[in-house]
Design a protein around this ligand. Structure first.
Ligand code: ATP
Ligand code: MG
Length: 336
């Protein structure tokens, strides 16, 4: 077990809530809107330093001016997050230190499984990109910072494109930055996709108990090095001006899932699609352990009851070593 308890104060609908973990698996059940996802959000805050679904000011309980989350680890460490809404200021207390960001040492990896993830295979390119970006960011800190720099540079280039008077030269520094970061993102994405593909079919087969073949591809604008990337951005200047945004680059990547060599979206069944997503989660947990040396905490938000018995059993089996926190509407059968 990793987490011993979590306390939430003024966090969404919770004025005060305390979760004590006695076993490897904790179940939180309640009606819709009773605050189940918010509890997972609080755990995510303390382990990762930020929410997975909102900005801080939306999280503070309406009518209150701060929120506080405290997590107590089994090994005795404690991390507290306090957000002061009036000052729009967040403070982390960990190991007798006060910081504005959660120190890397106190970050703890999480595998989060949300209801919407079950639709990942047929989701929009941007939804799929966000999904993998979050996963890769947790595995690779450099990727995470390059991605936020890339997005910032892209926003600035797009702003510039909308200016009434603009010389091509004004774009140069942004183009150079985007080319450098874009190629870096591509390289990391390609290597992660390769890693996933090495395991995906095997892991899928262990869940679905058949011999189907699963794969993911990353479709990119082109096979470019930094110089080619830069040339392409420059060549698109007039066109980008007309359409008002950047039409080439890593922000347009698309991931496609394949089921027995055919595109999975439209061919795989609902159950098969779900097994693919579950397989991805297992691979993510494995990668985290391999890369970060920590067994991730698994948060299953409302997905367990959505799965049939075979897939529920696969989850139980594969996350046996992990601490798992499950939410569910109404009562949950004790499968653990
Ligand atoms: N800042 C806030 N202050 C007070 N209440 C809030 C705040 N933000 C959200 N809520 C409310 O908190 C409640 C709990 O939300 P949450 O998403 O945690 O519920 P849930 O139990 O996961 O519901 P569901 O079963 O529908 O997923 C909702 O009714 C929501 O309207
Ligand atoms: Mg919920």
């Amino acid at each position: 077990m990793i987490i011993k308890s979590v306390k939430l104060t003024n966090f969404r609908s919770h004025e005060f809530f305390e979760l004590n973990c006695w076993k490897e698996t904790a179940m939180i059940s309640g009606e819709n809107g009773s605050g189940k996802t918010s509890i997972l959000e609080g755990i995510y805050e303390t382990l990762q330093g930020k929410s997975f679904r909102a900005v801080d000011r939306e999280i503070v309980k309406r009518g209150k001016d701060f929120y506080r989350v405290e997590v107590l680890y089994v090994d005795g460490e404690k991390v507290v997050v306090i957000y002061d809404a009036k000052a729009n200021k967040k403070t982390f207390l960990a190991g007798d230190k006060k910081t504005a960001r959660l120190p890397r040492k106190y970050k703890y990896p999480i595998v989060l499984f949300e209801p919407d993830d079950l639709n990942l295979v047929g989701a929009s390119p941007s939804r799929k990109r966000d999904y993998f970006d979050r996963s890769f960011s947790q595995l690779n800190e450099k990727y995470s910072s390059s991605l936020s720099k890339y997005n910032k540079a892209l926003r600035q280039r797009n702003e510039l494109l909308k200016k009434e008077y603009l010389k091509k030269e004004e774009m140069f520094s942004w183009n150079v930055l985007l080319a450098r970061l874009g190629v870096e993102l591509w390289k990391t994405r390609v290597s992660f996709v390769e890693k996933i593909n090495k395991r995906l079919t095997d892991v899928y087969r262990s869940i679905a108990e058949n011999d189907d073949k699963i794969g993911i591809t990353l479709e990119r604008d082109a096979e470019f090095e930094e110089s080619g990337y830069l040339r392409q951005l420059e060549a698109n200047f007039e066109r980008d001006r007309m359409i008002g945004h950047t039409s080439f680059g890593a922000h347009r990547d698309n991931y496609t899932f394949f089921f027995n060599e055919v595109e999975a979206d439209g061919s795989a069944s609902r159950g098969e699609v779900r097994s693919i997503v579950i397989a991805l989660k297992f691979i993510e947990a494995e990668e985290i352990f391999e890369k970060l040396g920590k067994v991730p905490v698994v948060l299953l938000d409302d997905v367990f009851s959505e799965l049939d018995e075979t897939r529920q059993k696969a989850l139980v089996k594969n996350f046996k070593k992990n601490q798992v926190i499950i939410t569910s509407v109404g009562a949950v059968e004790d499968n653990y």
